[in-house]
Design a protein around this ligand. Structure first.
Ligand code: ADP
Length: 164
């Protein structure tokens, strides 16, 4: 049986840190679904469709990775996809408490779905979508932190004076 993993997140937008985690997961599992969470509470900068469309070219070189979105409870989505695991990325200690809580809550909701944590390359350990948006909003460059077409989309959307 194929071992499938779900990598869920807001991906608003996808960064090279997320991609580092996707590549690691793609080596560990037969199939990986990068799953864009539609209900993320906070108002996203990009729509779920736009977020999916930015992930697609970034994972094209990985034949066992696909992109989807979901608006249900994560464990229900993972069960529906018959996933063996949910992958999450762990950066600094600051991620730990929230991720630990979520993993244990998910386990109590769906005991068969295991959460697997992967650490990115150290150069991405401080990278977040939120910080990238802040940098571009203030006129800085996100080069090296996001794929080039994501940088273009961010510049278009956020650069001072750009229409939202
Ligand atoms: P969420 O809003 O669900 O936290 P994100 O899109 O911010 O979604 O992140 C999805 C997952 O990827 C989370 O597990 C997050 O910790 C992880 N992640 C985000 N940025 C990085 C990074 N630079 N390196 C490794 N993991 C990351």
């Amino acid at each position: 049986m194929k071992r499938r993993a779900i990598y869920p997140g807001s991906f608003d937008p996808i960064t090279n840190g997320h991609l580092d985690v996707v590549e690691r997961a793609a080596r560990l599992f037969d199939e990986v679904i990068v799953a864009v969470a539609m209900n993320i509470g906070k108002e996203p900068l990009f729509s779920a469709k736009q977020r999916r469309e930015m992930i697609l070219p970034a994972v094209r070189h990985l034949p066992n990775v696909s992109v989807d979105s979901f608006d249900t409870l994560l464990v229900d989505y993972a069960t529906q996809k018959e996933a063996a695991a949910v992958v999450r990325g762990l950066r600094a200690v600051s991620d730990f408490e929230f991720e630990f809580q979520m993993a244990l809550m998910n386990r109590s909701l769906a005991p068969k779905v295991e959460t697997v944590f992967l650490m990115p390359k150290d150069c991405y350990a401080y990278l977040s979508s939120r910080m990238i948006k802040e940098i571009v909003r203030l006129g800085g460059s996100a080069k090296g932190f996001v794929p080039p077409f994501v940088e273009t989309a961010l510049q278009r959307r956020l650069k001072k004076g750009a229409r939202r």
